[in-house]
Structures are given as structure tokens and as C-alpha cells.
Design a protein. Structure first.
Length: 124
């Protein structure tokens, strides 16, 4: 599993997002309301379709981009298992990413930017 995640799908409200909030502002997490959620095919899918994620599905076995709303593929609104989240997961995942982002921002501060007032009327 990615970064040792055990919660399966790590999308909206799943293990990774919940872990991030537990790390940065745990008071916002109401773990007593957390539910592990598996995605399911929307009611309107025929047998030729299978949902893979909120953005991807399969049609006759072929992957296709098919944006869906969360309520169409899950009952609670979260995609994954927030109960599997903990602060240690977030520190393992987010802290290294944040360190790289800080380095990126500091490096970009060294770049001289010459702002010009341009009008791109031909592209309007």
C-alpha cells in the first residue's frame, strides 16, 4: 500500500485526508462519526459499466474518464476508511512534502520577476 496506508481508497475523507487533519488540527476531526466506506456503482450504471473511482470507471473492461458525484458512488460522502487514520501516517506523508514545498518557495523567492502590463486582446 502507498505509504503503508491500510484504508484502501485514499480519496475524499479517507485515511490520508483524515490523517492530515489529525496532524494539523485534530480538534476538527470527529472520529466518532467516521465510517469506512466502499464505493459502489451508481444506480444508473448498466452492467457494461463498473466504477473505479470518482473520476474513473470501466466500460466493457476499458478504463474511461467519467466524472461522478460522491453521492452517486458512496453513501456517507467519504471515499475510504477514515478510521485507519492517525497522526503518525500524516507525519510520514505530509511532513516530507511540506519540507519540499518550503524549499520550492524559498528557491522561487530567488527568481527575479519582471511584471509587465500586457493585454492579450487577440486571445479574448
Amino acid at each position: 500500500p502507498l505509504f503503508g496506508l491500510k484504508g484502501g481508497v485514499t480519496r475524499h475523507g479517507g485515511e490520508m485526508e483524515t490523517a492530515g487533519v489529525l496532524c494539523w488540527n485534530p480538534a476538527l476531526v470527529q472520529m466518532e462519526n467516521a465510517k469506512a466506506e466502499s464505493i459502489h456503482d451508481p444506480e444508473w450504471f448498466t452492467d457494461a459499466f463498473t466504477v473505479s473511482s470518482v473520476n474513473m470507471s470501466r466500460f466493457k473492461g476499458y478504463a474511461i474518464g467519467l466524472p461522478l458525484d460522491h453521492h452517486e458512488i458512496c453513501d456517507s460522502g467519504n471515499l475510504g476508511n477514515p478510521k485507519a487514520a492517525n497522526r503518525e501516517i500524516a507525519e510520514k506523508i505530509y511532513v516530507p512534502v511540506m519540507e519540499v514545498l518550503v524549499d520550492l518557495i524559498n528557491e522561487l523567492r530567488k527568481v527575479k520577476v519582471n511584471v509587465k502590463n500586457r493585454e492579450f486582446v487577440e486571445k479574448a
